[in-house]
Design a protein around this ligand. Structure first.
Ligand SMILES: Nc1ncnc2c1ncn2[C@@H]1O[C@H](COP(=O)(O)OP(=O)(O)OP(=O)(O)O)[C@@H](O)[C@H]1O
Ligand SMILES: [Mg+2]
Length: 360
């Protein structure tokens, strides 16, 4: 049953209200007629004195006259109050039932939400574990890449040291070892060994995870990254140009930033090796703009297909063959630049390749 604001059933007729004055006048007329009847008709029928009948009629009349007033002032309000209380009770019971229903619904929704939250937490935990695993794999791949680069970088200087040492032995055997030759070869070998030792320090520091933020020079991180990669790029016939200016600085994680640069340069290298343009080239530029550090890494490897452009930063998105790419390089780069350092990384296609832009 639908109730209106006043508690009345919607659509039902309003109760007919009889005017009290009309009621009282009607009663007076009826009583007057009754009195006349009693006064003049009853003595004739029962042969009693008019005084007795008159007294009797007066008493009856008094009771009858006061009855409507008693009814109007006492019984009627009491009755309507009781009706109102009953109506309120019904409304209250209905409201209580509604509330009970809502409570049950609320409890059901709460239970559903709890189940959903648990499932979501579980899914997030699984995703985090998966990401952790991939980051680990990506680190291993980067280490493998580094070892390859160390091999490239060290082969030639080690040859130089070998040649210098052999020259000393050869000259000594033939009685031609002068003091000048010995000093020159020792100093040259020591120079090379020092360079190798320095590259070891760079490699070592490069892989140490940053514990806390520090102010670092972007040019320095570019130089370290280029030092690690330049030999293997040279070996692949790819030229690497670096244009720096404005001495940009960043308050962040230098080694993570280096990892981003390495991922971007290695992606460019992969694109160049796949497309094989005539003059494969990677250009790294850095400058300062309105207090922000800017870096671009561009190549002439043909660029990125517009259809996949929106997906390349997604985790596990790769166009490379199984074992060649895991699809986490750019996802990690975005996480490091945007989440960890509050910067921004974007990409666009140029006339002959792709250009990644970092702003921090
Ligand atoms: N410089 C680029 N030129 C052309 N395509 C690129 C370039 N950089 C990235 N891409 C595209 O973006 C995709 C995603 O790159 P991302 O670095 O995330 O993964 P990946 O290189 O495939 O694998 P991983 O880096 O994990 O070894 C690549 O598979 C490639 O298709
Ligand atoms: Mg990559």
């Amino acid at each position: 049953m639908e109730l209106s604001a006043t508690g009345r059933e919607i659509g039902s007729e309003p109760p007919r209200v009889v005017s009290p004055i009309r009621l009282i006048v009607s009663l007076m007329v009826v009583l007057f007629l009754a009195e006349a009847l009693v006064m003049f008709v009853l003595p004739l029928i029962f042969h009693t004195s008019i005084a007795f009948v008159d007294n009797f009629a007066d008493s009856v009349l008094l009771v009858l006259i006061s009855a409507p007033f008693i009814w109007f002032w006492v019984a009627r309000p009491l009755h309507s109050s009781a009706r109102e209380v009953e109506r309120l009770n019904t409304a209250l019971a209905e409201r209580a039932a509604e509330l009970q229903q809502q409570n049950v619904q609320l409890q059901r929704t709460y239970a559903e939400l709890q189940t959903e939250t648990t499932a979501r937490q579980q899914a997030m935990e699984e995703l985090r574990e998966k990401q952790q695993l991939l980051i680990q794999q990506s680190r291993m791949a980067a280490m493998g890449e580094m070892l390859g680069n160390i091999a490239h970088q060290w082969r030639q200087p080690l040859n130089v040291v070998g040649v210098k040492v052999q020259e000393i032995g050869f000259s000594h055997r033939h009685g031609e070892l002068s003091k000048e030759l010995l000093d020159a070869n020792i100093s040259s070998a020591m120079g090379v060994l020092q360079h190798l030792s320095q590259t070891i320090t760079v490699f070592q520091n490069y892989n140490v995870p940053d514990k806390e933020k520090s102010l670092f020079k972007v040019e320095q991180v570019i130089a370290d990254t280029v030092q690690i990669l330049e030999e293997s790029l040279k070996n692949s016939g790819i030229s690497l140009e670096v244009e720096t200016g404005g001495e940009p600085q960043i308050n962040g994680y230098p080694n993570e930033f280096g990892q981003v640069l390495m991922n971007l340069i290695l992606n460019a290298k992969d694109a160049l090796q796949e497309r094989q343009p005539g003059d494969p080239r990677i250009v790294v530029r850095s400058w300062s703009e309105e207090g922000r550090a800017m870096v671009t890494i561009s190549d002439n490897g043909g660029g990125i297909n517009e259809e996949i452009m929106a997906k390349i930063f997604d985790p596990f998105f790769t166009t490379k063959a199984l074992g060649k790419g895991t699809g986490v390089g750019l996802f990690l780069a975005k996480t490091i630049i945007e989440k960890n350092m509050g910067g921004c990384i974007s990409v666009r296609n140029t006339a002959d390749g792709a250009e990644f832009r970092i702003e921090v």
